[in-house]
Design a protein around this ligand. Structure first.
Ligand code: GAP
Length: 457
């Protein structure tokens, strides 16, 4: 059994709140259901994760990155199938007027049933026959119905139907509708990918599990265009790349698994999908997905716009490329990274220390600078300033409280190294560097700090 089963998600959430990774959104007005803002620590981690994605999925792969809009022409969503198909099944308990996702109820109460294979009639029958009490209330179930997850909004000053549109539920469509622009202006040759990072919005029936399922979230998506004959190869290729990315960021390999979707659960556009799942404390859950979308999206946009989105091959023939899509939810990835890193260690003196064993690459701060006593502050600040100017290290400075307390504070936010400025710094030009995980300490010269960190990471 993985230790993740033993981690209590509430402990992790309390820790992240108390350390300032997350804040309750609109807290001074009573909050918004399951909506969180990110403080400086989580924001720093998100920036590192995005940069690593850009390096691994765009730069090293010679792909292209774009930035399209959240609000697009309404017809984009007609063509993509989202207006007609992007729904979950909702069921209401008329006794307390609460609405639930039918598949979530069945999954929770009957784990032996594969909900992906259930029709909505099956879900309704299972719930009505068996669930007489739910969420602390007797039940009087209404009829099950599809609920579209698109966030409606209105554009412009004229309050008429013509201005009604949607916030994007995925970043992918902004890429498909720019396919022709990109091939024309960048002269891209197949196979190549176009990626983007940005916010997506879904009116989830039951946002839950902290930042696992929220109504506003961020995605890092790549649409990789290739010839159909090569699509199986690139499907496997991007599954592997996603797995490598997740482990590169520091998630333990035995806490992830790859799960290919069965035919019944494929999305309306998909010829094949595999999820990378993570073992959350509440069970295995989808972390990210890789889909073989075939040429569904480009074909649909050709049909609805009347414009050609074909690709001209060197031999003069035209094709509609196939698409492999690795789609990653940044918030969910952040949650998995934080859960994976969270550890509580028992110390000899009956005390305990909470550590976030975050990888050096994504830790909010890589180094803390701590003068042992107030009288070393000046020297400590001088070293701090020089490192800020001459390196791109993420550094924090702390001089308040005992050194032991300051070490604990850094352990709790995942800082891999603490640099202590002591008597010897002034006399011999040395500093003590402490390792978060081993608590081991080494003495090094001030001028060797950057090299030391480079060699160890
Ligand atoms: N373009 C394909 C697509 O959007 P998806 O499986 O619906 O596929 C991709 O979403 C990823 O986005 C998911 O694997 C998950 O990481 C993230 N995601 C989806 N809905 C989310 C939500 N409500 N809250 C947080 N992340 C979400």
């Amino acid at each position: 059994m993985s230790v993740n089963n033993l981690k209590n998600i509430q402990d992790v959430i309390s820790h992240l709140k108390s350390q300032g990774f997350v804040y309750q959104n609109s807290e001074i007005y009573g909050g918004v259901v399951n909506t969180w803002d990110y403080g400086p620590l989580a924001t720093s981690m998100m920036t590192q994760i995005k940069n690593i994605w850009i390096n691994e999925f765009i730069r090293k792969e010679k792909n292209y990155q774009i930035d399209s809009k959240i609000i697009m022409n309404k017809n984009v969503w007609k063509a993509s199938g989202h207006i007609d198909n992007f729904s979950d099944f909702l069921i209401e308990n008329k006794n307390n007027n609460r609405r639930y996702r039918a598949d979530h109820i069945v999954k929770e109460l009957f784990p032996e049933i594969n909900v992906e294979k259930c029709s909505f009639e099956d879900l309704e029958k299972i719930i009505k026959t068996n669930v007489k009490k739910y969420d602390g209330s007797e039940t009087d179930w209404g009829i099950i119905k599809p609920f579209n997850l698109m966030f409606k909004t209105k554009m412009g000053a004229v309050d008429s139907n013509t201005s009604e549109t949607y916030l994007r539920p995925e970043t992918a469509q902004g890429i498909f509708i720019n396919f022709r622009n990109l091939t024309r202006t960048s002269r891209a040759k197949l196979p190549f990918g176009i990626g983007q990072i940005g916010k997506s919005f879904r009116n989830e029936i039951t946002p839950r599990d902290f930042i696992f399922r929220t109504r506003e979230f961020e995605q890092m998506e790549l649409e990789f265009f290739c010839e159909e004959k090569d699509s199986e190869y690139f499907y496997s290729y991007w599954i592997n790349k996603c797995k490598q990315l997740v482990t590169l960021l520091g998630i333990k390999e035995n806490n992830i698994r790859i799960r290919p979707h069965e035919a019944e659960e494929l999305s309306h556009y998909s010829k094949g999908t595999s999820d990378i799942e993570y073992l959350f404390p509440f069970g295995w859950g989808e972390l990210l997905g890789i889909a073989n979308r075939g040429n569904y999206d480009l074909s649909q946009h050709m049909k609805f716009s009347g414009e050609s989105l074909e690709y001209l091959k060197e031999d003069g023939s035209k094709i509609i490329p196939s698409v492999i899509e690795p789609s990653i939810g940044l918030d969910r990835l952040l949650l998995a990274l934080l859960i994976d890193a969270y550890e509580v260690e028992k110390l000899d003196n009956d005390d305990e220390r909470v550590i976030l064993k975050l990888d050096y690459k994504i830790a909010p701060y890589q180094l803390a600078i701590l003068p042992l006593m107030k009288k070393q502050s000046e020297k400590a600040k001088e070293i701090y300033g020089k490192l800020l100017d001459n390196s791109n290290l993420r550094i924090v400075y702390d001089e308040s409280g005992s050194i032991g307390k300051r070490y604990r504070r850094q352990d709790a936010i995942g800082t891999p190294y603490c640099l202590t400025i002591d008597f010897d710094t002034l006399e011999k030009g040395t500093v003590t560097i402490r390792n978060r995980d081993t608590m081991g300490q080494e003495t090094i010269l001030i001028e060797d700090i950057e090299n030391f960190l480079k060699q160890r990471n």
